[in-house]
Design a protein around this ligand. Structure first.
Ligand SMILES: NC(=O)C1=CN([C@@H]2O[C@H](COP(=O)(O)OP(=O)(O)OC[C@H]3O[C@@H](n4cnc5c(N)ncnc54)[C@H](OP(=O)(O)O)[C@@H]3O)[C@@H](O)[C@H]2O)C=CC1
Ligand SMILES: O=C(O)C1=N[C@H](C(=O)O)C[C@H](O)C1
Length: 234
């Protein structure tokens, strides 16, 4: 496939390595310079830039009818508009806060555990922690937000917060430590014990491979998709 890499930082470079291994051609690489207004001969675009640039990039890609997968976090206030653009331009769009197979399995496990724990809300205090490298621009991580949303869907918690803690709120703590690719921990603590599930990425390879698999999957499709569709977790 002819792939456009929009954002050529840590993730862009890790993705490029896997694209080449799997026989794809990287026909456009964008870092900093604005996207050309007209895009030609691109099968799929892979967007991993920065929170403040993602929306503008996605608009150009989708208006050019380029099937796009996006891993950039921190731009979701514009998600509805982006989804509409994909639909009106008869193309395909997939956003994932985390492309790794392991985290997507963890999302499922998190929902099952949340459903079980809802009965014991009074006995157990919930805590969500994410740890990332010090260059990360957004907090909490997109993955932590997806985990919190999975808990909210399956319990009587109403929202999440990095500042407040109450019966209705899932507290999220974000830690920044040199060279950590991404760790997420969900804890339920009572007076007598702690139940904990965690996912620890050892490198960026899992995110990058998942992004390439999603790009291969979305080619020639139309609509709005998630990693659940790609990994057939529905
Ligand atoms: N969904 C997932 O599985 C994962 C998501 N992420 C997310 O992906 C994003 C990128 O992460 P990462 O690669 O580590 O970050 P980096 O900062 O390493 O890379 C971002 C790149 O985008 C470039 N850039 C700047 N402006 C633009 C622009 N207008 N258009 C396109 N590119 C631009 C930056 O250039 P310059 O440095 O010169 O400004 C930089 O090279 C983050 O939001 C992160 O949270 C990360 C890992 C996994
Ligand atoms: O910025 C990162 O590095 C990561 N960002 C994503 C997020 O915000 O969840 C995914 C992964 O945890 C690494």
């Amino acid at each position: 496939m002819n792939i456009a890499l929009i954002g050529y930082g840590r993730m862009g470079k890790a993705i490029e390595e896997i694209l080449i291994q799997r026989g794809h051609d990287v026909v456009l690489k964008i870092s900093r310079t604005p996207l050309p207004e007209e895009l030609k001969n691109i099968d799929v675009a892979i967007e991993f830039s920065k929170p403040e640039y993602a929306f503008d990039n996605l608009k150009v890609l989708l208006e050019n009818k380029v099937a796009t997968i996006c891993g950039t976090t921190g731009w979701l206030e514009n998600q509805d508009e982006v989804n509409k653009l994909a639909i009106t331009n008869n193309t395909a769009f997939l956003y994932a806060s985390n492309f790794s197979l392991g985290v997507n399995l963890f999302f499922e496990l998190n929902q099952v555990l949340a459903r079980m724990m809802n009965k014991y809300r009074n006995e157990y205090q919930i805590n969500l922690e994410e740890i990332h490298h010090t260059q990360k621009l957004d907090a909490p991580s997109g993955t932590a937000i997806t985990i919190a949303e999975g808990i909210i869907e399956n319990t009587t918690y109403k929202t999440w917060s990095m500042e407040e803690n109450s019966q209705e709120i899932i507290p999220i703590e974000a830690k920044r430590i040199e060279n950590v690719p991404g760790t997420h921990i969900v804890q339920y603590t009572s007076d007598v014990d702690t139940i904990e599930i965690s996912h620890t990425a050892h490198s960026r390879k899992g995110f990058a491979l998942g992004a390439v698999i999603a790009a291969e999957w979305i080619w020639n499709k139309e609509g709005i998709f998630t990693m659940k569709d790609v990994l057939e977790l529905n």
